[in-house]
Write a protein that binds this ligand. Sequence first.
Ligand code: 4NP
Length: 161
Amino acid sequence: MNKTSVLFVCLGNICRSPTAHAVFQSMVQTRALAEQVTVDSAGTGDWHLGHAPDRRTSAVAAERGYPMDDLRARLVEPGDFEQFDYIVAMDEENLANLRAMCPADYHGNLGLFLDYSVNPEYADTNAVPDPYYGGDNGFTLVLDLVEDASAGLLDHIAAQL
Ligand code: 4NP
C-alpha cells in the first residue's frame, strides 16, 4: 500500500499552515485514508515556536468543526525534505524560503498550495494571504481557500495511492 506524507508551510505556523493541517487531516479521516496519508505543518519563521494556533484561527476553524487543539508551531527543518512527499507553501515568499533550503536531490513535490484549487473563483489567486495583522475576514478567507485547495490536493493524492 502506497503512503504519502504532506507538510504544509507558512511563515509563523500559527495561522495558515495549521488551518491547512487541521482541514486536510479532517478530509483524510472522512475519506478513510488515515493509514495512507500523514499530515504535518511547520513555519519558516521562529517567533511562535511551541505556541498553539492563533485564537482567531482556531475560532473560525472550530465554527466549521476542525479541531486544532493539539497543534504547536515548529520550524521547517532539513530532515523534512527526507520525510515529506509533498511540501506545500502558502505563498511565494514561503516557497522561496523553502527553495533556499531544499536539497538538490529532493524527489518530492515542492510547490504552492493554491495550485490545487478547484473553485474557479480562486483561479487567479496563487497565495493564501497572511491574515496575522488584518481583520477577522482574513481568517475566514484563509479557511475558504484552504478548504478548496485541500479537496483538490487530496483528490490528486488519492488518485495516485
Ligand atoms: P502564518 O501567520 O504565517 O499564517 O502563521 C503569521 C503569524 C505570525 C506572524 C506572521 C504571520 N508574525 O509576524 O509573528
